[in-house]
Design a protein around this ligand. Structure first.
Ligand code: HEM
Length: 218
C-alpha cells in the first residue's frame, strides 16, 4: 500500500467510525422520541381531554411546529447514514438473504428485519408525519376521525408493528455492537427486547381501539 492509499484508507475508516457513532446517536434519539410519542398518543386512553391538553401544550410552546420538522430531519439523517450499509440492488439483497439462510445466524436475521422494516418505515413514516404536521392542531377528535375513516387504521396496523420491531431490534443491536452487553447477556437482552416490543404493540393497538370509540364530531 502506498502512503497515499494508506492515508485515504485511514481516513475512510476514521470517517466510517464517526458516521457509525452518528447513526447510533440518531437511532437512540429516535427510539426515545418513539417511546415519548407512543405514550403521548396513548394518553387518549386516560381521556380525549388529556390528549388534547398535551397537544395544546406542545403547540402553544411551538414544540410541535418546530420539533415536528426537526424529528423529520433526524429521521432522514438516520436513514441516510444507515443507507450506507443497505443493499439497494436486487443482486445484493439475494446474496445477503442466501448468506443468512446458510449461516442460520440469529443476529444476521435480525439485521435483515432491521433493513426491511427501515424501508417500509421510511415511506410510511414520511407520509404519516406529512399528514399530521400539515393538519395542526392535533386533537383527539381529528385523530379519531382519521382512524374511523378506515384507511388509516389499516395504515397504522402495518406501521405500528414495523416501528416497534425496528425500535426493539435497533436497541438490541446498539447494545451488542457498542459493547453495552456481553455475549452471555445476549439471550436475556433479546427476550427483554421482545417483551418491550410486544408491550408497545399492545399499547398502540389499545390506542387505535380507543380512537374507534371516540365521538369524532364532539
Ligand atoms: C413529529 C412527528 C410526529 C407527530 C406530530 C405524530 C403524531 C401522531 C398522532 C397525532 C397520532 C394519532 C393518529 C392520527 O392522528 O392520525 C399518531 C399515531 C401514530 N404515529 Fe405518529 N407522529 C409523529 C411521528 C411519527 C413517526 C416518526 C412514526 C414512526 C415512523 C410514527 C408512528 C405512528 C404510529 C405507528 C401511530 C399509530 C399509533 C397507535 O397505534 O397508537 N409517528 N402520531
Amino acid at each position: 500500500m502506498t502512503v497515499e492509499t494508506s492515508i485515504i484508507a485511514g481516513r475512510t475508516s476514521k470517517w466510517d467510525g464517526i458516521l457509525d457513532v452518528c447513526q447510533m446517536l440518531s437511532g437512540v434519539g429516535l427510539i426515545l422520541f418513539m417511546w415519548a410519542h407512543m405514550i403521548l398518543v396513548a394518553s387518549v386512553l386516560i381521556g380525549p381531554g388529556v390528549m388534547n391538553a398535551i397537544a395544546e401544550f406542545f403547540e402553544s410552546t411551538g414544540m410541535a411546529q418546530v420539533g415536528g420538522p426537526l424529528i423529520f430531519l433526524l429521521f432522514l439523517f438516520h436513514f441516510l447514514l444507515a443507507a450506507r450499509k443497505l443493499p439497494f440492488r436486487f443482486e445484493g439483497m439475494k446474496i445477503i438473504f442466501s448468506h443468512a439462510k446458510m449461516m442460520s445466524h440469529k443476529d444476521t436475521w435480525l439485521w435483515i428485519v432491521q433493513a426491511v422494516t427501515a424501508m417500509i418505515i421510511l415511506i410510511m413514516g414520511s407520509i404519516h408525519m406529512w399528514v399530521v404536521l400539515t393538519d395542526l392542531p392535533i386533537t383527539a377528535a381529528k385523530s379519531a376521525a382519521r382512524i374511523q375513516g378506515g384507511f388509516w387504521t389499516g395504515f397504522y396496523l402495518v406501521l405500528l408493528p414495523m416501528v416497534e420491531m425496528h425500535v426493539g431490534v435497533g436497541l438490541y443491536r446498539i447494545a451488542v455492537k457498542w459493547g453495552v452487553i456481553k455475549a452471555d447477556g445476549r439471550a436475556g437482552l433479546h427476550r427483554g427486547e421482545n417483551i418491550l416490543t410486544l408491550v408497545f404493540i399492545c399499547i398502540g393497538l389499545a390506542t387505535l381501539i380507543r380512537f374507534w370509540f371516540i365521538n369524532a364530531l364532539a
